[in-house]
Ligand binder design. Sequence first.
Ligand SMILES: NC(=O)c1ccc[n+]([C@@H]2O[C@H](COP(=O)([O-])OP(=O)(O)OC[C@H]3O[C@@H](n4cnc5c(N)ncnc54)[C@H](OP(=O)(O)O)[C@@H]3O)[C@@H](O)[C@H]2O)c1
Length: 171
Amino acid sequence: MSNISFSHIVAASSNHVIGADGGLPWDIPEDMKFFRSTTAGKIIIMGRKTFESVGHPLPKRLNLVVTRQKDYIAEGAIVFSTIEEAMNFAKTKVDDYDPEIFIIGGGEIYKQSLPLVDTVYLTRIHQDIKGDTLYPQLDPAQFELSHQEDRTEPVPFSFLTYKKVSSRSGR
Ligand SMILES: NC(=O)c1ccc[n+]([C@@H]2O[C@H](COP(=O)([O-])OP(=O)(O)OC[C@H]3O[C@@H](n4cnc5c(N)ncnc54)[C@H](OP(=O)(O)O)[C@@H]3O)[C@@H](O)[C@H]2O)c1
């Protein structure tokens, strides 16, 4: 049980935009591939709006959806009324999936769960992009960069991995 961890996986522009009009304001195939390969076989937790934006459960993953609506039905997913309930349920399923549990958005869910994650896989798109949903700015006292890979196509972007400072120091 002790190696269970929670991670964010997110793509954000220089000005911290992650979404616009309920969808993604860019199309970066290599980032979609990174998302698919990183979360394959894992448990994923998402907000109701992100679930509806994707439009279907993501295959080969255990899909957990968070909503305050009573009786919300998400076909192919399990519904929870708080983030904590979804996280606690996920912990009971790691033997069938993977001890690294992914929180995949969107803005509301990232913001509320940021204090609870150990790792942030952040695809940083090096452009200012217009949008209505933001990812919080990471506090360098809380998260330190542990890995970086830069890309130029179709736009300049970087795959960044941040680790929580306290979790790296062996807390
Ligand atoms: N760039 C990226 O990596 C990325 C990743 C994911 C999503 N996105 C984008 O982000 C946008 C969606 O984000 P969003 O912030 O609008 O919505 P969201 O976080 O996906 O979902 C928000 C909904 O989750 C439920 N919720 C939130 N907090 C809750 C809590 N504490 N307990 C129970 N339920 C709770 C509520 O559902 P109810 O209203 O049903 O109660 C709320 O309306 C879209 O544009 C999407 O494309 C981007």
